[in-house]
Design a protein around this ligand. Structure first.
Ligand SMILES: *[C@@H]1O[C@H](CO)[C@@H](O)[C@H](O)[C@H]1NC(C)=O
Ligand SMILES: *[C@@H]1O[C@H](CO)[C@@H](O)[C@H](O)[C@H]1NC(C)=O
Ligand SMILES: *[C@@H]1O[C@H](CO)[C@@H](O)[C@H](O)[C@H]1NC(C)=O
Ligand SMILES: *[C@@H]1O[C@H](CO)[C@@H](O)[C@H](O)[C@H]1NC(C)=O
Ligand SMILES: *[C@@H]1O[C@H](CO)[C@@H](O)[C@H](O)[C@H]1NC(C)=O
Length: 416
């Protein structure tokens, strides 16, 4: 077996597995599993052992699955992309064509830098960042201009990567469920770049497109999903929102490994009174750039030479009002990109002279540092929070079920 054969086999196996997984998911969709925390795990095991059968069962089910089958067989790669940049989705409400106007990824490295002394001293990842820092926008591979049509109260936007489909799956079944709450619409979107290595691109892109074909909730851009490109994800979302979402009241933006209480977000929004320029989260004031080279977040002086960062909210989850998001797009365009996305957003807020608000119900840096502490497993604690970092899919499902069961807490922690 040469490498290509091996790839082909791997690809086929992963496609079959995913098809089986999606088949079961589709069959079970809509039924939130209450009181069965291990359901997911059980499902996963079932799928692993019955992969073939699930695929066969799919064909026998109702006609709606025919389209699903057709996706894999007949439709060539290019045609299934909904809303590529060449199409012009029209939003009739204001008679204005709304399009993603970037159609070329052609942006070459800024080789001017390589002759400069300070550049030569940088580590490779910073060099890579600097070489492409001027490449501001990329084309869209998956778009959903229809997502923001009509009045939306809360848009939940979640940073994810191609390989983490299990996290997206659980989020769709728990806090990211699209619904109408108190008469107000809640919508969900995932933000993706393209997988950062060749093997992942080969094996996951089609799966992502299929997942999106089913759920229609993925925005994907043509830049590499790397750590330093997270800022691109931020700026692309801001531009996208500015273009497609004229009437969204609030935006929650977060990671795909957090616990979120949408009910508590609602309660917070209904009781707080600073709705204009609302930007609330786990805000850090006077953070110092990390200069130790071993640290993942360290920043060389050549990139940032001030002693403190402006106030910024931890990227795990924060809440903002729609009109501020639109102005943030403008602010972001006035700045050079910075490799750390949440700090970059803090810089944008500084341009707008908006101070983010710290709120104790946002725990994006973990609950308590001690990982074995009971606090991190205490549903009564989660019940009173807005965001808690960080939970893996099965833990999230479990916690969600506990918090939404007839949980009796001895005392109401007054946080909201
Ligand atoms: C990208 O741009 C460079 C220089 O502007 C040009 O030489 C090259 O042909 C372009 N490539 C594509 C694929 O458009
Ligand atoms: C590189 O330098 C040239 C000449 O100074 C300039 O015109 C060009 O815009 C620079 N390229 C980038 C990507 O900054
Ligand atoms: C960001 O994505 C672009 C486009 O895919 C790529 O050229 C660049 O190297 C990436 N930057 C980093 C720091 O990974
Ligand atoms: C800090 O960086 C800015 C722009 O990069 C530069 O103009 C300024 O001189 C630098 N200050 C110091 C103290 O190095
Ligand atoms: C962490 O919490 C556990 C359980 O509460 C406790 O036994 C342990 O001593 C704590 N460790 C530290 C370093 O505080």
């Amino acid at each position: 077996m040469n490498n290509r054969d091996r790839w082909r086999v791997y690809k086929r196996v992963s496609v079959m597995f995913f098809l089986a997984a999606v088949a079961l998911t589709v069959v079970q969709r809509g039924s939130i599993i209450v009181g069965a925390p291990f359901e997911l795990e059980r499902q996963a095991r079932m799928q692993a052992s019955q992969g073939e059968d699930a695929g066969a069962a799919l064909e026998d089910k109702s006609g709606s699955y025919q389209g699903v089958k057709g996706f894999w067989k007949a439709v060539p790669h290019q045609q299934i992309k909904p809303g590529t940049t060449t199409q012009a989705p029209r939003i009739t409400e204001d008679n204005q064509a709304r399009v993603w106007d970037v159609t070329s990824s052609n942006c070459s490295a800024n080789l001017n830098l390589s002759s400069q002394e300070w550049f030569k001293g940088l580590e490779d990842n910073f060099k890579q960042f600097m070489l492409y820092r001027h490449c501001r926008y990329f084309p869209m591979q998956l778009n959903h201009p229809e997502k923001c049509s009509g009045e939306i109260f809360l848009l939940m936007v979640i940073k994810s990567v191609a390989t983490q489909h299990d996290r997206r799956e659980v989020i769709r079944k728990t806090w990211g469920m699209e619904r109408v709450l108190n008469g107000k619409r809640v919508k969900t979107l995932f933000l993706l770049g393209k997988p950062s290595n060749e093997a992942e691109r080969a094996n996951h892109q089609k799966l992502v497109e299929y997942e999106d074909y089913i759920y229609k909730d993925i925005l994907q851009w043509d830049f590499l999903d790397s750590f330093f490109n997270l800022t691109l994800k931020e700026t692309h979302f801001l531009k996208w929102f500015h273009t497609f979402c004229p009437s969204v009241r609030y935006v929650f933006k977060g990671d795909d490994d957090v616990f979120v209480s949408v009910e508590n977000i609602f309660e917070f929004l209904e009781t707080s009174n600073h709705h204009r320029n609302l930007f609330v989260g786990d805000v850090i004031f006077k953070a110092k750039p990390i200069r130790k080279k071993e640290n993942k977040y360290h920043i060389p002086l050549a990139l940032y030479n001030k002693t403190h960062y402006p106030p910024y909210a931890g990227g795990g989850g924060f809440l903002m009002d729609g009109s501020l998001v639109r102005r943030l797009h403008w602010a972001a365009d006035s700045l050079e990109l910075y490799p750390i996305d949440d700090v970059f957003l803090g810089m944008c807020l500084e341009v707008l002279q908006v101070t983010p608000v710290k709120h104790n119900a946002f725990k994006t840096f973990g609950l308590v540092k001690n990982k074995s502490s009971k606090m991190n497993r205490e549903p009564c604690f989660f019940k009173n929070m807005i965001v808690v970092h960080k939970l893996l899919p099965s833990d999230l499902m479990h916690m969600w079920n506990l918090v939404n069961s007839d949980l009796i807490c001895s005392q109401k922690v007054e946080i909201l």
